[in-house]
Design a protein around this ligand. Sequence first.
Ligand SMILES: O=C[C@H](O)[C@H](O)[C@H](O)COP(=O)(O)O
Length: 219
Amino acid sequence: MSQQLKLKQEVAKAALAYIDDGMILGVGTGSTVNCLIELLPQVNLKGAVASSQVTQDKLEALGIEVMDLNYVGELDLYIDGADEVNPNLQLIKGGGGALTREKIVAAASKQFICLVDESKWVTQLGREFPVPIEVLPQARSYVARQLVKMGGEPVYREDFITDYGNVILDTYNLDITSASEFEARLNNIVGVVCNGIFAANQADKLLIAKSTGVETLQR
Ligand SMILES: O=C[C@H](O)[C@H](O)[C@H](O)COP(=O)(O)O
């Protein structure tokens, strides 16, 4: 087993302590959260709200009832991974293309706990990992030109369609000195459905797995 998978399993195990019996849990997407999903049969959940079709399928395969967010109201807890996290617990997400539904579930939750291994820790977002931007298919070229004007280098994620039928522009080279401002600027481009900067919906708590153990950071 790789060291990184081991760290993902450790941080997933640490997250179990925050899940209460009888809860409806918001469940993220990705390889880190997959480690958590495998452990969820240990908890007596009332149900879950899934942040992607992939997660929904995995939860249902374990016999966990997946509920429609529109009918459950505010969730107590959302747990998800991230592609990058900075010291303010702001994130880049969407490497797996699930950013829009993830941001909706995060926004609808009282608390967002983010699970990462130490490879995800950065001082400034977007220097290495591109910002995934979900775009209406018809607006792809227009949005790409606006991103170039902002100094970005958008790359169309080929052969990928989101759960909502849209496309993704993975955008490199954005100078994200203020994640909040950048998130809002990207949202202002007509045709953008959602962007992968999670500043308005940043993590409340970060569990970070290191070779020395799992550390907890609180906002
Ligand atoms: O769309 C995918 C999500 O934002 C994931 O949370 C993110 O890509 C992290 O995934 P992983 O745990 O596989 O690194």
